[in-house]
Design a protein around this ligand. Sequence first.
Ligand code: ZN
Ligand code: ZN
Length: 413
Amino acid sequence: MINIPKGTKDVLPSQSYKWQYIEDEIRKVCKLFNILEIRTPTFEHTELFLRSIGDETDVVSKEMYTFLDKGERSITLKPEGTASTARSYIENNLEAMSLPLKMYYLTPVFRYEAPQAGRLREHHQFGVEMYGSPSPYADAEVINAAYTLLSNLGVRDLYLNINSIGCPECRKKFNTALKEYLASNIDDMCDNCKRRFTANPLRILDCKNEHCKQIVSGAPKILDYICDDCKAHFQKLQEILTGEGIPFKVNSSIVRGLDYYTKTVFEFVTTSLGAQGTVCGGGRYDDLVSSIGGKPTPCVGFGMGIERLIMLLDANGKEFPSSHPEYFIACQSEQCRDMVRKIVSELRKKGHSAETDFMSRSVKAQFKYADKINAKYAVVIGESEVQSGKAEIKRMSDGEKQEKSLDDLIWTL
Ligand SMILES: [Zn+2]
Ligand SMILES: [Zn+2]
């Protein structure tokens, strides 16, 4: 037997209705917010991710699926969705469309991680990007889109944490203060933090190591270092969110894992999965487009993992709507099969979902099957039904029967 590769998962027919439901809700919300879909390839030139995400991040330094193709080009399977969107924005001159441009993607992403509980090497992400507006109203717009989706899906115990990590100017000052504070402790910190200390000290605030966390808890807060412009932006965002009725908390420990963030960063977290977990993360990345060769373009966006969302909704006891056939037309004998086919076809032409027997089972077994697939109504067609032109429609939920002429069944349902 050939097994599925480590860290990947099949979405089975018995589960796919959950995916379809979430994807439908995503499309509905994006339509409400006038967010258009973009589809980018599954793989890109490796350089795109080195330049956009930052080569000191865990994603790039340890987790990318990178290989040489037959033309000796370094190719990487998308580890996230934002960089590809930015590449496409520049390459296709999308700024020539009227700005702002709001886009969403639904895409598989690949990270070579140790496949612990819930950590997949291929997972699926929904993300939104808004290009062209530096306004805090744009930040609030994408936060609102995420909030609307999560609320519509019925995610419980949802909290929004926001922070500002400033612009490169204020971050320079903060990095100096942070390094001053950490200098006497860095020898006690984990190897990752030691590496980050020179390359990107801000990421030390993100370390999950308990001892590092303890040291970091006394570190200077970035909000005390941001410039007037960044401060005003963050202040305004809070006012807009309050006005929109979106509850939030300012949480100075959020820095997000990727290098391209500027100013606003945010996370929707929930306690529904036991320990506090992130459902959705995002922020502003005004330097991303220019970092990969485009004109400076303000952007703000977020991403959320579909697998995680499903896990969360399952934990919330969510009843996902699923689709079942409306009619099961049972066939009593081979002589009636053509009549059954005709009824099934006519029902479908009229927009009713209909199913029948393909296994030459007994009528009793066919009813069992109809029950198993959750058909709403079942009808048996046999010699007597064909002769009399009448049949009984059985409602499967309570067994209630109603006699109808076959013409009615075909033409008037
Ligand atoms: Zn600033
Ligand atoms: Zn650490």
